[in-house]
Every structure is written in C-alpha cells, then in structure tokens.
Design a protein around this ligand. Structure first.
Ligand SMILES: NC(=O)c1ccc[n+]([C@@H]2O[C@H](COP(=O)([O-])OP(=O)(O)OC[C@H]3O[C@@H](n4cnc5c(N)ncnc54)[C@H](OP(=O)(O)O)[C@@H]3O)[C@@H](O)[C@H]2O)c1
Length: 333
C-alpha cells in the first residue's frame, strides 16, 4: 500500500522515549534503516538492540537538537553508516506546565529552541542531501495543539503552531523538488512526557483527555511516510471531531477549556519538578510508555465521549444551517 519503505533510511529524533521510540520501531518493522537520536545515549542503545533483535538495522547517535554542530554530526554519521537519508522524523519535543505569567522566560525560549528551531536545524542539515538525491521526506511530529490551544501550555502550544506554520511553508517551497513535508497532528498520548515535563503547579501533570496509546502516533508517522500526505489527523475524537467542534461550536469548546482545561491537566499527586527534562535529560521515562503512570483512556469511554462530541458538533451544525436558511429566506424576501 502506498510508497515502498523497504531499504529506505530515516533519522528519527526524540527516539529515546514515547512517540519517537515507537515510530523508530514501526519504521524499522517496515524495513527502514533507522538512525535514532536524542540526548540519552543508553536509552538509544536499548532501542538499537531491540530493533536489531527483531532483524532491523539501526544506529544510535546522541544529540541535543539545540546544538547545530551536534545536529550536523548526526546527519554525517547517518550518511556514513547507510549512504543516504530518505526520511527525517522530527519528534524531539518538550513542554512545561504553568500559567503564562509564571513561566520563567528561559523556559519559554528553551521550548521554542527544541520544538520549533530543533526541526529547522535538522532540516537545514538534511536538505542538501535530499536536494542532491532529488527526493526525500520530512515528517514533523506536530500536535492537535498545532491548531488549537490549552491553558498551562502557552509556550508549548505557540511552539507547535510555529512548527506547523514552518512545515506548511517549507512544503510549498519544496513543491516541485520531489521532497515532501508532512505534519502529524498527534492527540494526547500516554508517554513519559508527563513524568519528566517541568511543572510550576506542584501537582503531577496529565494529558487533556481522552488519551491514546503512542502507537497511534507512530502508525500515523509510517502512514505519512507511505502516502506523503501533508497533514495527518490520526484519530476521530481528539482529532477530526475536535477540529469540527472548534470550527462549528467555538464558544462551547472555549467555555469547556477556559473553565476546566487547567484542572483537567493536573492530577492529584503532589510533585516538585521545576525543570524536569527541559535543559538536561532525566533518567526516568524511557521506552514507548515511560513509567506507565499515564494510561490510555479505555475505548468504551472514548466511544461515549465521541457520541457526546458528535452530538455537540451536529447540534451546532444544525443551528448554523437553520440560521443560514433563515438569513437566506430573509435576504430573498
Ligand atoms: N504525549 C503527548 O500527549 C503528545 C501530544 C501531542 C504531540 N506530542 C509530541 O510528540 C513528540 C514526542 O513526545 P512524547 O510524548 O513521546 O514525549 P517524550 O517521551 O518526553 O519524548 C520526547 C523526546 O524528545 C527528546 N528530547 C527532549 N529534549 C531534547 C533535546 N534538547 N535534544 C534532543 N532530543 C530531545 C527526549 O529525549 P532525551 O531526553 O533523551 O533527549 C525524548 O526522546 C513531541 O514533539 C511532542 O510535542 C506529544
């Protein structure tokens, strides 16, 4: 189905945990040779061992995506090992929980440096190779927060909007070159991110519900690689339905997130973690699911929520439709 991936070569950033880890596994399973990178060397080595144990090909090169020299090194090592680069998966990302007025400014800058400028550095280093080949694909692990918004995550949300805007522009600039750019708008997924993200709130952070397994995002990354589609929204409930709700029932969506959005993202366990993994990596939370503290929402609950949200969107659409009909009748009178 779609483009053949066997024998292609990918660099996957953010591969020491969560979506990046799982995406590297899924790509390797599809026959892609992967160069995995992040700051935590030992975690990368574990991933490489897992991939090789399943018959895949992988190398690990540690790198901080805020450092251009380290980024260039990853690309050089990948080309040295595998001879080319076909796919760049920009997954590395960080977030920090707190009200905008309280967030230390250096945290805001750092979040942009990793989430928005990191992918740009990676792309700058990879693009000369893709241009020389006349083919290639940059896949960005973006977020539903690349379009919407959530309280407590102002810097993260802004950086993810920036990432998406940059990707869309780059896609147009590369339109005739044989190089594709895709963005995956990932919903809340149960990774270690919520165990190592800083918080100024003193309570363990948790994702906006419903939460999915990170494999949902990893499979969307592989689908992007196979199809070259510009924007992928992998799920219905915290995906296409949510985008429709934001478009058709904006006041209701705003009222829910404005009143309850902050509380939704705070668990009950006290936690003191002002810097988390923002500036330095932390030992915990490796692998696809991290420590496993955050669990995916059970499918039956997601089903019920889908029905409720579909009802809201349908009601809003009916109201808009009825309003439009009324206006049209009035205009024609
Ligand atoms: N979890 C969600 O609900 C969710 C929702 C939407 C979108 N996403 C996006 O999915 C991506 C992965 O997130 P995740 O949930 O899988 O979280 P995660 O487990 O914390 O993974 C983040 C990855 O980024 C790496 N990283 C952080 N800072 C880095 C830096 N300066 N240089 C290089 N690598 C760095 C981390 O590894 P090291 O610490 O080893 O460097 C880790 O491998 C992010 O872009 C995130 O925005 C997540």
């Amino acid at each position: 189905m779609g483009r053949r991936l066997e024998g292609k070569v990918a660099i996957v950033t953010g591969a020491s945990s969560g979506v990046g880890w799982q995406s590297a596994l899924r790509l390797a399973e599809a026959g892609v040779k992967v160069c995995v990178t992040a700051r935590r060397q030992e975690a990368l080595e574990m991933l490489v061992t897992t991939i090789r144990g399943r018959g895949g090909e992988a190398i690990a090169v540690a790198c901080d995506v805020t450092d251009m020299a380290q980024v260039q090194q990853v690309v050089a090592e990948c080309v040295r090992a595998f001879g080319r680069i076909d796919l760049l998966v920009n997954d590395a990302g960080v977030q920090s929980y707190g009200y905008f007025e309280d967030l230390p400014f250096e945290q805001i800058v750092r979040i942009f440096d990793v989430n928005a400028f990191g992918p740009m550095r990676m792309a700058r280093a990879v693009l000369p190779h893709l241009r020389a080949q006349g083919s290639g694909h940059i896949i960005n692990v973006a977020s539903m927060l690349s379009k919407g918004a959530a309280p407590l995550l102002s810097a993260y949300t802004a950086s993810k909007h920036a990432m998406y805007g940059w990707a869309e522009t780059l896609r147009l600039e590369l339109y005739t070159t044989g190089i594709d750019v895709s963005s995956v708008l990932v919903p809340s997924v149960a990774t270690g991110m919520f165990d190592h993200a800083p918080t100024l709130l003193g309570l363990a952070p948790q994702p906006v519900p419903p939460t999915y397994d990170p494999d949902v995002a990893a499979r969307a990354v592989v689908k992007a690689a196979r199809t070259g589609k510009s924007t992928l929204v992998p799920v219905l409930l915290q995906g296409r339905l949510l985008l429709w709700a934001q478009a058709l029932a904006r006041p209701v969506a705003d009222a829910i997130m404005g009143r309850f959005g902050a509380r939704m993202q705070m668990g009950n366990e006290p936690v003191s973690r002002r810097e988390g993994n923002l500036f330095q990596p932390v030992p915990q939370g490796i692998g696809a699911h991290g420590t496993g503290r955050v669990k995916p929402t059970p499918p039956w609950k997601r089903g019920l929520l889908s029905v409720a949200l579909a009802g809201l969107v349908g009601g809003a659409a009916a109201a808009v439709g009825a309003g439009g009909y009324g206006v049209a009748r009035w205009a024609l009178r």
